[in-house]
Design a protein around this ligand. Structure first.
Ligand code: GCU
Length: 343
């Protein structure tokens, strides 16, 4: 059975489960033959996640779910589906849109396909540091952007860090020339393809789950990602040189079904917003800790980490800043605001 088929089946299973167990309002229970109204039934929030249970974002979501359940007196409960069980990120956006599931974590480039303005916060070298990125995510400058896809049935409720992305391949990559003719997998958006081409290689969009085999079979020469995902997916087995190009700090977006978000009472929404803010704080902290562990594991498995002078790559990517910011007044203003928070 093809992977697509499996995820379609899983999606419909989740759909059925949703009908079976998630409901708003009052549950009616039979006690001793009399119909009695019990306390409000719980609404189940199913979250799709494309990485493993050891990932910092999984841990963050688990804690978030537990607190949400407690602090809403059981009105909401959270179920997380890790390891891309519900399909690749692109497919899970559709599940959130149609309400089969309620939330997902997806990379910024995938949401960019719904509103091109998202490209601004996923530009190469747009953040100077983790602190800069955190300041942007914790400010309110992204509120409008995040709400902009509401008409499509989903919106972003928070942005998490996914560290810095670097190129890995069968050889060290220290200059744009090293990438000549190299097909490197990128996340699925035009900005990502253009970026990799400007960096000197051949940007090849693909879902994350297909990368290992594609490198192994020589369809790709390499990939680009953070240390945690590189280790989680054992990409060190097929691409043992990890070169610190640090070209991207792409946000991972926590997206949610719009109707569900709008159906929350004022009180529950306040709790939800507070817990989401806390989750961002927790995730940044966990990321910092766990990236070190991932590096050690990669080294034990034979990875060579390579330092890179990033300037030539940075300069090569500047035309992309130009083309994205000149898209509209909105992208220009957003870009300026993001950059302003760099100090
Ligand atoms: C990172 C990111 C994921 C994304 C993945 C990818 O791991 O955290 O959200 O799916 O990169 O390259 O597709």
């Amino acid at each position: 059975m093809g992977k697509k088929m499996i995820s379609v089946l899983l999606a419909s299973m989740v759909g059925l489960m949703t009908v079976g167990c998630a409901s708003d309002g009052q549950a009616v229970t039979e006690i001793g033959g009399n119909e009695t109204k019990s306390a409000s039934a719980s609404t189940t929030i199913k979250i799709a996640f494309n990485q493993s249970e050891s990932h910092p974002q999984y841990k963050t979501l688990t804690e978030f779910g537990e607190k949400l359940e407690t602090e809403t007196d059981g009105a909401y409960e959270v179920e997380i589906y890790p390891n891309a069980l519900l399909g690749d990120q692109r497919a899970t956006i559709e599940l959130v849109q149609n309400g089969s599931i309620q939330m997902s974590i997806v990379g910024n480039p995938l949401v960019e396909n719904y509103n091109k303005d998202f490209a601004v916060i996923g530009l190469p070298y747009v953040y100077d540091s983790q602190e800069h990125q955190k300041a942007v995510f914790q400010s309110d400058i992204l509120d409008e952007l995040f709400a902009s896809t509401a008409g499509e049935g989903f919106q972003t409720v928070a942005a998490f860090t996914a560290g810095a992305r670097n190129i890995y391949a069968d050889k060290p990559i220290t200059t744009p020339e090293d990438l000549k003719g190299y097909k490197v997998r990128v996340m699925e958006s035009d900005t990502m393809v253009n970026m990799l081409n400007l960096m000197g290689g051949v940007g090849t969009p693909m879902a994350q789950s297909e990368v290992y085999t594609a490198i192994q079979q020589g369809v790709l020469e390499g990939g680009e990602n953070n240390e945690i995902t590189y280790v989680d997916l054992k990409h060190y087995e097929v691409a043992p040189y990890f070169s610190y190009t640090q070209h991207l700090m792409v946000p991972d977006l926590l997206i949610m079904n719009t109707d569900l978000l709008n159906s929350m009472s004022k009180e529950h929404r306040e709790v939800f917003d507070k817990l989401v803010d806390e989750a961002v704080e927790v995730e940044f902290k966990l990321w910092e800790e766990e990236v070190q562990t991932a590096k050690q594991i990669a080294e034990q498995n034979g990875t060579t980490f390579v330092d890179v002078d990033i300037k030539p790559f940075q300069e090569n990517c500047l035309p992309l800043h130009e083309s994205v910011t000149s898209q509209s007044d909105t992208t220009k203003a957003l870009y300026d605001e993001v950059r302003k928070l760099s100090k």
